[in-house]
Design a protein around this ligand. Structure first.
Ligand code: SAM
Length: 378
């Protein structure tokens, strides 16, 4: 390995040749019951849909500039699922129990007319007649412009990723010199448009932005109180391009100690099974914060999330190596909704992925290349 300070960085070339299998259609089609469990008894509740693999930021932990440069081949428009294809697949997943849909990317607000898709998804009802919990994760750069239209189209909530309050640190982290003031204006606009309470996600990388933890907490509790919930995410080993190292991870337990010393915290109960964040409240009533400890306290045991990539591949884990090519079924096989539903049921019912738990247990992982975060979404 050599001395990290003197080592020449080796940056693997990213491409989009992730493996994908064409799903089979079961011979006997069962109607969806809304209660589909995987091989470990985990239901399907949460679908994350990536609407673009492009992003206008180059955060080094996600889309490092050296890899995702001018020559990088992003997916051509014809590869992307259309809004109609996305809505059709979403209806199939809702039939199997999905209650929450999160639009993501890349940067989802780069996809043109996204509010049209939001309006289509907002019309979908669960088998018992409820509207979906429809949300979106964004870097906030275009939110000031788009918050009102998204809300009016039926978006319920929004999560904004923001890694620092200090302008110089933020510009360095997004690596495109984007000013923090514009993201903060986007957050204000989202709250004014009725998208509150809003979640703010901060990925913490030790030695890069851990000195921003307390200033971020102070800013959001003082400015918004309960209308904003700041969540701290442990830097994860997703993809293969970010040079992840364990010593860059700040364990959530350490982070909570820092916050507790500054503000005095009290643990809160989880609101729903499968929730990614552990919740804490400020004892003085100043709102709440969360920690997402994907590295130090893996939560695979109740993971109820499926991910649909920009080009229509279904992934059952953020750390998967292989997807299931649903777009092939839509475009090449011309399947019916019942066949599509059967194929999804068959895929989910044998799911046994628990990458993070196995990593914690020290079980050797496949050396095959993992999918990148920008391709599959957060
Ligand atoms: N562009 C949108 C955004 O910035 O929120 C959506 C896509 S982005 C891939 C989704 C989330 O993944 C962001 O909050 C980002 O910070 C987070 N993320 C990306 N790489 C990560 C990593 N290695 N560890 C932890 N979180 C990561």
């Amino acid at each position: 390995m050599g001395n990290p300070a003197t080592r020449t960085p080796v940056i693997p070339i990213a491409d989009l040749r992730y493996r994908a299998a064409v799903p089979s259609i079961p011979a006997h089609l069962q109607p969806a019951t809304g209660r589909l469990n995987d091989a470990l008894g985990r239901p399907l509740r949460d679908l994350r849909i990536s609407v673009t693999d492009r992003c206008n930021f180059r955060c080094s932990y996600c889309m490092p500039k050296e890899v995702f440069d001018r020559d990088h081949a992003f997916l051509p428009q014809s590869s992307l699922l259309s809004f109609e294809e996305i809505a059709r697949l979403a209806r199939v997943f809702v039939g199997h129990g999905v209650q929450k849909i999160r639009l993501t990317g890349g940067e989802p607000l780069l996809r043109r007319h996204l509010e049209t898709l939001v309006a289509m998804l907002a019309e979908i009802r669960t088998p018992d007649g409820r509207a979906l919990d429809l949300t979106l994760t964004t870097n906030g750069s275009l939110l000031a412009k788009k918050a009102r239209a998204l809300h009016d189209a039926g978006l319920r909530r929004v999560t904004v990723s923001l890694d620092a309050l200090d302008d110089a640190v933020f510009r360095r982290m997004n690596d495109v010199d984007f000013p923090v003031a514009d993201v903060l204006a986007g957050i204000d606009a989202a709250i004014a448009a009725g998208l509150a309470p809003i979640k703010i996600n901060m990925v913490v990388k030790r030695g890069t932005n851990d000195h921003q933890i307390v200033p971020m907490a102070r800013h959001f509790r003082e400015r918004y109180g309960a209308r904003a919930v700041l969540r701290f995410i442990e830097y994860m080993d997703v993809g293969s391009t970010n040079g992840w190292r364990m010593d860059h991870v700040l364990p959530s337990a350490e982070l909570i100690e820092q916050l507790d010393a500054a503000f005095a915290l009290e643990a809160l109960e989880a609101q729903a099974p499968g929730e990614t964040a552990q919740r804490w409240r400020y004892r003085d009533g100043g709102g709440e914060v969360g920690v997402i400890s994907s590295v130090t306290q893996a939560f695979c045991h109740d993971c109820n999330r499926a991910r649909l990539s920009t080009e229509g591949r279904l992934y059952l884990c953020l750390f998967a190596h292989q997807g299931h090519d649903l777009r092939h079924l839509l475009r090449e096989s011309g399947v019916s909704d019942a066949e599509l539903s059967g194929a999804v049921a068959e895929i989910w019912s044998v799911r046994a992925d628990r990458y993070s738990e196995l990593r914690s247990l020290g079980v050797a992982q496949s050396a095959e290349r993992k999918i990148e975060m920008h391709y599959i979404g957060g």
